[in-house]
Design a protein around this ligand. Structure first.
Ligand code: SF4
Ligand code: SF4
Length: 267
């Protein structure tokens, strides 16, 4: 997804997995932590699970304290971004001048990709590649002057984004599908709420599954029930699959769009 900084210059160079670049970020660079201010970070479902667990919060609490809701451009789907501090530099709440990122092991996907941007959510459904990457060129970033060489594939593996992209794949796919709908197709409020619940508020979705009549209305085998009861990632994957089934019952794109818009009736 495009997590571009408000002041960044997006390089027009389209990068693939084999594209090479030179970059290194470490506490010794003169620009240390500058990229953690004045930023726009879209959070993925997996990011939220990792971060809320790191902080010992429920997903609901995490959303209330650390995020801002938006509508994702051209999709009419809700998304959340990291809420910045109201300080002079609009700092990320997790950055400290000397230590850097205090949740580094659980930092969001966008922070891991940096200085690359990924155009997955701008990708067209049915295209024969996985999207593409680009450089986020910020004038203050000195990392490009350092001496470590990477391919995009090596960088992704080193930063742990392969795993994250895999877990978020169904979510990304859902967004990409919705994006391909005609612009006049509008979602019901219920559809948006369900998308939000499954994608971002996993604890509330769990309560919805196990504390409502959901399991009576939806045919879920016992093994899956056990799996999703104790594993949030499995619950997320299940939720996204279910959401997809509800929203995209037909294969015809026009019919899919109509289902998405009318899902209030079918749920
Ligand atoms: S601006 Fe670039 S080099 Fe500086 S801390 Fe951020 S990523 Fe590292
Ligand atoms: S989460 Fe960490 S890496 Fe990402 S912007 Fe905040 S401090 Fe920087």
């Amino acid at each position: 997804m495009n997590d571009s900084d408000k002041t960044a210059c997006i390089s027009p160079v389209r990068l693939g997995y084999g594209s090479q670049f030179t970059f290194k970020c470490h506490p010794g660079v003169s620009c240390f932590t500058q990229c953690c201010r004045g930023i726009n970070i879209i959070l993925t479902p997996y990011d939220i699970i990792q971060m809320k667990n790191r902080l010992g919060l429920s997903s609901h609490e995490f959303l209330a304290i650390y995020t801002e809701p938006h509508m994702l451009e051209k999709t009419d789907l809700p998304m959340v971004t990291l809420k910045l501090l109201d300080d002079e530099r609009e700092s990320c709440p997790f950055v400290k001048d000397k230590e850097g990122c205090i949740i580094y092991e659980d930092r969001p996907t966008s922070c891991r990709y940096y200085p690359l941007g990924v155009a997955t959510l701008q990708h067209k459904e049915g295209a024969d590649d996985d999207g593409f990457f680009f450089f986020i060129n910020e004038p203050h970033c000195k990392g490009f002057e350092e001496d470590a060489n990477w391919t995009v594939a090596e960088w992704r593996e080193d930063q742990g984004v392969d795993l994250r992209d895999e877990i978020n794949r169904e979510w990304t796919d859902l967004v990409v599908r919705k994006r391909s709908f005609p612009p006049n197709i509008k979602l019901t409020e219920k559809a948006k709420q369900m998308f939000f619940l499954v994608s971002y508020d996993i604890d509330k979705f769990k309560a919805f599954v196990f504390e409502s009549s959901f399991l009576k209305r939806v045919d879920v085998d016992e093994a899956t029930v056990e799996k999703i009861k104790n594993d949030e990632i499995e619950l997320l994957k299940f939720g996204l699959e279910w959401l997809k089934g509800v929203l995209f019952k037909q294969t015809d794109p026009e019919q899919q769009a109509a289902n998405f818009a009318n899902n209030e009736k079918s749920d």
